[in-house]
Design a protein around this ligand. Structure first.
Ligand SMILES: *Cc1c(COP(=O)(O)O)cnc(C)c1O
Length: 380
């Protein structure tokens, strides 16, 4: 039978470019170690930065709520999928972020699509950092607003673009911690520029929440700009160790999202048990400062060891510590050799990162031990 589309050419091209993606089957829970094909590996590529994804208190909270509410939420939040666990989590996340309200989304990808589409449309303008996460880029493009990218973490580049912009509403969108580089957006400078040009600032702090700031309040807390970032997005699948996402902001912002954010309205609510587990993780994340302290010491140890050996590290003070390689094939080969030596580290290649910047994205966690870091540096 002839096919209406030729899918094979694009697949063959991707293979030939050394960009073919493959999935490994995990045989163990997220954590310090992974188990793949029966081989034990030290896991240096997850986002479970505080080691909470398999914490017994989270698992217990999940089981208890599953006994009470079952597995599926059964409907969207607006129809009948919203439980007291969801509600309590929203209230506690709002308090954690120092904002009047928070709203849960089923994933971070959908939160970003939903917020951008609810806030701007045709006739408006959106300005995004070049290295923003794909969900922010997609949200901007799908909104129908005029779409512009400014130079990475460069407030002056943003200012130049805003100065020439017409657009009724202007929304500036940035990652808090950049997911593939590990550096942090200059939020105070971006907020200055936004205030000068009557633009709104939206920050997606997927990798900063739980990790940065004294209480884990993320990059807005660490940079003391809470009051200057009206739209704040966090995800729950990383340091929180569970699943889902939230938006924190004013009462009007949250009501606007409930009324108009399509990826909020037209999707099934997160399972109540996930919300219950996240309540447990939020409590641990706030109380157990030692997790952030241990993570910081792993980061310091890695950077020090890597610098002593003359590795080219990127300018990152976060648990994302990429080793820039360049060519796609080289990054892939290194990742495979590390796998043979017992390390799980993925090769991140275009289009996830710009051309010529393939890298090993090494991520550190409070679940790691000092000897793990030593072994990693030795093997690199
Ligand atoms: C992981 C990530 C997301 C997506 O979150 P999910 O809950 O996994 O869909 C959004 N933004 C950034 C910056 C991320 O790193």
């Amino acid at each position: 039978m002839t096919q209406p589309f030729d899918l094979s050419a694009a697949l063959a091209e991707r293979r030939q470019q050394q960009r073919y993606r493959q999935r490994l089957q995990q045989q163990a829970p997220a954590g310090r170690e992974a188990l793949v094909n029966g081989q034990r590996l030290l896991n240096f590529c997850g986002n479970d930065y505080l080691g909470l994804a398999n914490h017994p208190q989270l698992v217990a909270a999940f089981k208890k709520a599953a006994d009470e509410f079952g597995v599926g939420s059964g409907a969207s939040h607006l129809v009948c999928g919203h439980s007291h666990y969801h509600h309590a989590l929203e209230e506690q996340l709002a308090e954690f972020c120092g904002r009047p309200r928070a709203l849960l989304f089923s994933t971070g990808y959908m939160a970003n699509l939903g917020v951008i589409q609810a806030l701007i449309g045709k006739g408006d303008a959106v300005f995004e950092d070049r290295l923003n996460h794909a969900s922010l880029i997609d949200g901007g493009l799908a909104s129908g607003a005029r779409f512009r990218r400014y130079q990475h973490a460069h407030a002056a580049s943003l200012a130049a673009q805003l100065a020439g912009a017409d657009g009724r509403r202007k929304l500036v969108v940035t990652d808090g911690v950049f997911s593939m580089d590990g550096d942090v957006a200059p939020l105070a400078e971006l907020a200055d520029v936004c205030e000068q040009h009557q633009a709104w600032l939206m920050v997606d702090d997927a990798h900063g929440f739980g990790v940065l700031g004294e209480q884990g309040g993320g990059c807005v807390a660490a940079q003391r700009v809470q009051a200057r970032v009206p739209v704040l997005v966090g995800t729950l699948g990383k340091a929180f160790g569970t699943f889902g996402a939230f938006v924190a902001g004013s009462d009007e912002l949250i009501e606007t999202l409930i009324q108009f954010a399509r990826p909020y309205i037209y999707t099934t609510a997160l399972p109540a048990a996930v919300a219950a587990a996240t309540l447990a993780s939020l409590a641990l994340l706030r109380e157990e400062h030692w997790r952030r302290e241990k993570l910081q010491s792993m980061i310091a140890q890695f950077r020090q060891g890597a610098a002593q050996r003359g590795f080219q590290l990127m300018d990152s003070a976060t648990p994302i510590q990429p080793l820039l390689i360049g060519e796609d094939g080289d990054a892939l080969a290194l990742s495979q050799r590390l796998l043979q030596r017992g390390f799980l580290i993925s090769a991140i290649r275009p289009p996830t990162v710009p051309e010529g910047t393939a890298r090993l994205r090494i991520t550190l966690s409070a679940a790691h031990e000092p000897e793990d870091i030593d072994r990693l540096i030795e093997s690199l």
